[in-house]
Design a protein around this ligand. Structure first.
Ligand SMILES: Cc1cc2nc3c(=O)[nH]c(=O)nc-3n(C[C@H](O)[C@H](O)[C@H](O)COP(=O)(O)OP(=O)(O)OC[C@H]3O[C@@H](n4cnc5c(N)ncnc54)[C@H](O)[C@@H]3O)c2cc1C
Length: 416
């Protein structure tokens, strides 16, 4: 059922008890044309675009927990496209374009809010790196501009630009059309739209093995709900990608780290934009509910635990209190962790693999939420046509063998 003024009015007469479930919850069929492993935003978007743009509707999305319960539902929702290298700019800006009317396309309010993302520079090196980004982005037609500390404060009045703090603000890069969206709504919107097109979303169903035929090609998966056949499998399992790909005998160039976020008690609207500091790993915005949404850096050690070290969040809060002294007495309500999959060059892998019929979409690390629509769009193309979309063609697995890295690590450290 479509959401519209008329359907809202109609359902008001039955006290909104007549709405159907938002997506179906079928038992798995014996076989599908395509299986997607992982019902995060990227997996669900892939399934949606397979059905909507390539007419492939005999698709299952298999999720070991609940949909959106991985990093998609745990992230701080920062959306921007001002990466350094042309390959990244093209991919992330493709996503930014798709965000613009995503709510209309999915008929689901994903609450995309382009309120501006400001990235602070605290040292001479930071200033040089940030300006390099601004220039590179502008050459590529990507929006980004340099602000003095005073201009940064005018854009974000709570910001402390005093010179005698540990992390003085020496300027900032601003992408005005960057912003945030509601993470759950993105997963739910894609799930609802994909399900309506015939995609089966199978939750509480863990993939335990990938089956391969005598020629090495994939033939299906083993799951906690039994075997399911398919000639094409797309693995979109974020922090568990190495585990799932290991089931097909592939060793991935990935490390999995805990990454944490936290929210405060709700406040009146006080914070107009998104502020990031990659140098000290502090990221902050205010949700529509009023909570301050704060992101920290990764733990220093690899782990599959969905928590993280307390000292990491303490360090982040120290920085937040210095940069925004008005928040010193705000109480924090909850914190949590996700498991992020980090590649050596901090760029994703969106590609075919050496195993016939097996595709992988991973390595988004600390910053893949922003790419959700673009990632799903180009990955669906790759699976449907057996060849990459021009925008994901450089994001191969082989680049770590051939040395054609897309090195966003040296450019920006790990950032949301
Ligand atoms: C605290 C935090 C803050 C972040 N902040 C930002 C940000 O501000 N901006 C940004 O752009 N990005 C951010 N990110 C990164 C972003 O969340 C991820 O890159 C993105 O959500 C990845 O989406 P996904 O769909 O690939 O993965 P996920 O949403 O993690 O989905 C993968 C799914 O695979 C499932 N799965 C795993 N193994 C199996 C199996 N064996 N069988 C079946 N299913 C399986 C998991 O249960 C999971 O649901 C942040 C991440 C974290 C943790």
């Amino acid at each position: 059922m479509r959401f519209s003024f008329a359907s809202l009015l109609r359902n008001a007469f039955s006290a909104h008890t007549g709405w159907p479930e938002q997506w179906r919850s079928p038992e798995p069929k014996a076989a599908y044309d395509v299986i997607i492993v992982g019902a995060g935003g990227h997996g669900l978007a892939t399934a949606y675009y397979l059905a909507a743009e390539h007419g492939i509707t005999n698709v299952a999305v298999v999720e070991r927990g609940w949909l959106g319960g991985g990093n998609t539902g745990r992230n701080t929702t920062i959306i921007r496209s001002n990466y350094l290298w042309e390959e990244s700019e093209a991919l992330y800006d493709h996503a930014l374009d798709l965000w613009q009317d995503l709510s209309q396309v999915l008929n689901y309010n994903v609450m995309y809010s382009p309120r501006g993302v400001m990235m602070l520079a605290h040292t001479v090196h930071d200033v040089q790196v940030s300006k390099r980004h601004v220039h590179a982005n502008r050459l590529a037609g990507i929006q980004n501009e340099w602000l003095s500390p005073e201009e940064a404060k005018a854009f974000c009045p709570p910001l402390n630009i005093s010179r005698d703090i540990r992390y003085p603000v020496m300027g900032a890069a601003l992408q005005r059309k960057g912003g945030v969206a509601r993470h759950d709504a993105v997963a739910w919107g894609y799930a609802r739209a994909a399900s309506a097109l015939g995609v089966d979303i199978i939750q509480n169903c863990e993939v335990t093995a990938i089956r391969r035929g005598p020629d090495g090609a994939v033939t299906g998966i083993e799951t906690t709900k039994g075997p399911i056949g398919a000639k094409k499998i797309g693995v979109v399992a974020a922090g568990h990608t190495s585990v799932v790909m290991g089931m097909a005998g592939l060793r991935m160039p990935l490390e999995s780290y805990p990454l944490q976020a936290l929210v405060s008690e709700p406040l009146k609207p006080v914070f107009p934009c998104v502020v990031m500091s990659n140098t000290i790993h502090a990221y902050i915005s205010q949700s529509d509910k009023g909570d301050l949404v704060i992101g920290a850096g990764t733990d220093q050690y690899v782990s599959y635990s969905q928590t993280g070290g307390l000292h990491i969040t303490t360090h982040t809060l120290d920085a937040i209190c210095e940069l925004f002294p008005m928040f010193r007495r705000v109480r924090m309500l909850r914190n949590w962790g996700g498991i992020v999959d980090v590649t050596p060059d901090r760029s994703p892998i969106l590609a075919k693999t050496p195993v016939k019929g097996l595709f992988v979409n991973c390595g988004w690390g600390t910053g893949g939420f922003k790419a959700t629509p673009g990632s799903g769009h180009v990955f669906a193309h790759t699976i449907a046509r057996d060849e990459p979309h021009p925008k994901n063609a450089p994001f191969t697995l082989e680049r770590f063998r051939d040395g054609r890295l897309i090195d966003e690590a040296a450019a920006a450290a790990v950032a949301h």
